[in-house]
Design a binder for this molecule. Structure first.
Ligand code: UD1
Ligand code: CA
Length: 456
């Protein structure tokens, strides 16, 4: 038995009517990734011989989304005739000697550890069940005196007495392929939904004198399913809470762990502080003593020790190389690299831009394709004109340069070492080292001009 190859069947063909969406239910995002991707990760962690995906409703969407997710055997369920029918089709490609683990694409929070406990069961049929205070909507598990499963009754088919049962079916089961094939062949759609219910195999096994064993899930939240947007939002909150709990255990101090979202992965150092409503996406690395202010979104970025991100910043593809300060209200885009001691202030946008040590870009600037040296001061309103409509061009600002406010730097162009650019200049040629460059209309006096007065 221990050597039986493990085949995992993931059910992802259902219509998901209750979502009222044009997108397949199993592709609804949880923590920024499709629910199905979470289920696949968990399936992979068990190192099965094979993963089978049953797809059907909006199947092209599901296949497209899952193609990057690795090696999967696809089973088309053209007509959704129920979960039993879905597994029956997958079984056509599964050998008799296999053990079959069935996962549901809309039950994404289950942990590999919990599934391993189910796989440790020796009976030919076993399921994960849980006790819920509000069991509404789930199949109810009818058990015998010693906790074995005698039947599972769907909500819509329950009697009044059965509705009071608080032990629910997670949908996740493990069975010997040969037996499962026989039980499924005997399924009948004589129920309120006219479907072949996978859950009816439990009553059949019981009739045969093979009651199934139940693995009671210690944390019922793991087996919650998402049938509608409200349940999906509930799963998202549970998932986020558990990520925040892990990070707090690693030393992160949250102003409010309930107002933090992680849509990807994060690595954290010591003494990291995160204010309210911060969203981290993709892969984010946060060094020691980093403070992130409220209302920030940080994606695929690395923040070196001591970096301070003030409120309302949007960072995507940013690397800081030392303690520096960003924001409030900065938008730093891909290819932005910031050195120690630099300061990026409010309403500054950067893209493909390196900023040297101690340089300051305090207010209202756009720097694209720019190399800023050390100890540079970029005045308020400075804009690099880096795009000619076809190509991008580089602006180079050397160490110690001082750019006056409201300058336009028309790339390609170089601002020399210790060069000064007068406020309001439109710079189209090199500004030489150490010199003052001015490129603006001269101020004139208009002779005899009078300000109009009211009544004129
Ligand atoms: C199902 C279980 C119920 C359990 C609950 C747990 C059955 C009959 N009922 O109910 O006991 O408490 O899950 O969340 O199994 N699917 C297909 N093909 C189909 C029908 C469904 O692939 O023909 C897929 C769906 O995409 C979904 C999964 O199977 O991923 C479950 O289907 P769903 O309709 O959501 O079942 P529930 O009513 O939630
Ligand atoms: Ca469901």
């Amino acid at each position: 038995m221990a050597t039986a190859p493990l085949h995992i069947v993931i059910l992802a063909a259902g219509e998901g009517k209750r979502m009222k969406s044009g997108r397949a239910k199993v592709l609804m995002p949880l923590a920024g990734r499709p629910m199905l991707a979470h289920v696949l990760d968990t399936a992979r962690a068990l190192q099965p011989a094979r993963i089978h995906m049953v797809y059907g409703h909006l199947g092209a969407q599901v296949q497209k989304a899952a193609t990057d997710l690795g090696d999967i055997t696809w089973t088309l369920q053209a007509e959704q005739r129920g979960t039993g029918h879905a597994v029956q089709l997958a079984l056509e490609q599964i050998p008799d000697e296999a053990r079959v683990l069935v996962l549901y694409g809309d039950v994404p929070l289950v942990q590999a550890q919990t599934l391993r406990r189910l796989l440790d069961k020796e009976e030919p049929l076993a399921a994960i069940v849980a006790h819920l205070d509000s069991p509404y909507g789930y199949g109810r598990v009818v058990r015998d005196g010693i906790g074995r499963i005698r039947a599972i009754v769907e909500e819509k088919d329950t009697s009044v007495d059965q509705r009071a049962i608080t032990c629910i079916n997670s949908g996740i089961l493990v069975a010997d392929a040969r037996r499962l094939r026989t039980w499924i062949a005997n399924l009948r759609a004589n129920n309120s939904q006219g479907e072949l219910y996978l859950t009816d195999v439990f009553a059949q096994a019981d009739e045969e004198g093979t009651p199934a064993s139940a693995e009671v899930c210690a944390n019922p939240q793991e087996v919650f399913g998402a049938n509608d947007p409200w349940q999906l939002a509930g799963l998202e909150r549970m998932h986020q809470r558990s990520r925040a709990t892990q990070l707090a255990a690693a030393g992160v101090r949250f102003a409010d762990p309930m107002r933090f979202d992680l849509r990807g992965d994060v690595r954290v150092g010591r003494d990291v502080e995160i204010d309210i409503d911060v969203i981290l996406e993709g892969l984010v690395e946060i060094g020691d003593d980093v403070h992130i202010g409220p209302y920030c979104r940080i994606r695929n970025s690395t923040l070196a020790a001591g970096t301070v991100v003030h409120s309302h910043c949007n960072l995507d593809g940013v690397v800081t190389h030392g303690a520096c300060s960003i924001g409030p209200f900065a938008r730093l885009r891909s290819g932005t690299a910031i050195a120690e001691g630099a300061h990026i202030g409010n309403f500054v946008e950067t893209k493909q831009t390196r900023i040297g040590a101690r340089s300051k870009i305090g207010h209202l600037s756009y720097l694209g394709d720019t190399h800023v040296g050390e100890d540079v001061n970029v005045g308020a309103g400075t804009i690099t004109c880096n795009y000619d409509g076809v190509r991008k061009h580089v602006t180079q600002i050397d160490d110690g340069a001082f750019i006056g406010s409201n300058a336009s730097l028309v790339a390609p162009v170089r601002i020399g070492k210790q060069a000064t650019v007068g406020a309001g200049s439109v710079i189209t040629r090199e500004a030489p080292d150490g010199e003052l460059s001015l490129a603006r209309a001269k101020q004139t006096l208009v002779d005899g001009w009078k300000r109009p007065e009211k009544g004129d």
